[in-house]
Write a protein that binds this ligand. Structure first.
Ligand SMILES: Cc1ncc(COP(=O)(O)O)c(C=O)c1O
Length: 359
């Protein structure tokens, strides 16, 4: 079998150039006498890799000087707890925007530690749009406002950074970070699991304003304390070294593609191509309001749900995989992360047209 077009939501496709680079770096990394997987996380070899990765990420996103970048384990889900424990005091109100499945998971975790106020919820509308900013009921003095700018499962995306006054804005950007330019300075904290646009599973990136460090509650597990991790250069314990190295390669690849502005344009075109095809068809349907449609995750259903299995089987036959919807929703979904080339989207659109013709 050759390589397929992978539309999975994460772990997801990697650029072939990055895979080739990894292969070149095996079994011996550039004069170090061993592979990255075998290096001490505290040795000079790995430190150079780690520092280069951070420098590249800072350059790509123009991260302001007064932000710390952490390379952690535990996945985006562990940040649901870390955010609450680091940024709020017991009993303090925290604001959350509910846009779907992943914000729901973040809210449920925060409720274990905080008084959660949901500022607005997309639930009454079936999560087909992001609640309009005018309707959000912010809590004066809330410790922070948490949002999920891209709902990976629902395919709903908040395309503008919301204006929230003095409230620190926290964002789970797991499925949208590095998909386009971003004004980091508008956020107090951004976190993302790496297994979509930043490389492979095992790494979570946190970008946090330095002024917010040092406020973790006394009960916070030491490894979840952002200050501990920042002071240790994310090496408070053994870091996810290989995933960190791969992230560095991804950052380098993004710069080679022309940076985030160029990638953003490409991602916008890819998404538009697919939505136009879906909207023009009688078989495929995406119910998200046009203004809230995600560039990264495109869920869709078939007018005849009984055809789903046949669709997935024929797609696989055509070398198109990872199109199953999330287990919580069913249906179909195409994820169009950075490493999914325009040619893959063309192939998908052509396949969908042909499948519709045959059925
Ligand atoms: C938006 C979002 N948040 C959180 C998660 C959970 O990430 P992890 O599995 O790294 O904990 C995901 C995973 O797909 C996600 O898409």
């Amino acid at each position: 079998v050759g390589r397929v077009h992978n539309f999975a939501a994460g772990p997801a496709a990697l650029p072939e150039a990055v895979l080739a680079r990894i292969r070149e770096d095996l079994p011996e990394y550039r004069g170090c006498g061993m592979s990255v997987m075998e290096m001490s996380h505290r040795g000079a070899g790995f430190r150079a890799i780690a520092e280069a990765a951070e420098a590249r990420l800072r350059a790509l996103l123009a991260i302001p000087e007064d932000y710390r970048v952490l390379f952690l384990q535990g996945g985006a889900s562990l940040q649901f707890s870390a955010v609450a424990l680091n940024l709020s005091e017991a009993g303090q109100v925290v604001d959350y925007l509910d846009t779907g499945y992943w914000s729901g998971r973040a809210i449920a975790e925060a409720r274990r530690f905080c008084e959660v106020n949901v500022v607005a919820s997309g639930a009454p509308g079936g999560y087909r749009a992001v609640p309009a900013r005018e309707g959000w009921r912010l809590t004066p003095g809330a410790a922070y406002l948490h949002c999920t700018p891209n709902e990976t499962i629902g395919g709903v995306e908040l395309h503008q950074v919301p204006e929230v006054g003095a409230t620190p804005l926290v964002a789970d950007m797991s499925s949208t970070l590095l998909s386009r330019p971003l004004e980091v300075g508008r956020f107090a904290l951004i976190y993302a699991g790496a297994q979509k646009n930043l490389g492979i599973a095992g790494l979570t990136v946190v970008i946090v304003r330095a002024g917010l460090l040092g406020r973790a509650r006394a009960i916070t597990p030491r490894l979840l304390d952002y200050r501990v991790q920042a002071e240790a250069g994310s090496l408070a314990n053994t870091a996810p070294t290989f995933a960190w190295y791969v992230a560095g390669l991804l950052f380098e690849w993004i710069a080679e593609q022309g940076g985030l502005a160029a990638l953003g344009e490409r991602n916008r075109r890819k998404a538009e191509r697919l939505y136009v095809a879906i909207d023009a068809s009688a078989l495929y349907h995406n119910g998200v309001e046009p203004g809230a449609r995600s560039w990264m995750n495109v869920p869709f259903t078939l007018a005849e749900p009984a055809l789903e299995a046949a669709f997935l089987a024929a797609a696989r036959e055509a070398g198109l995989v990872g199109l199953e919807g999330h287990r919580s929703t069913g249906g179909l979904r195409a994820s169009l992360y950075n490493a999914v080339p325009e040619a893959a989207v063309e192939a998908l659109v052509a396949f969908m047209g042909e499948f519709e013709r045959l059925h």
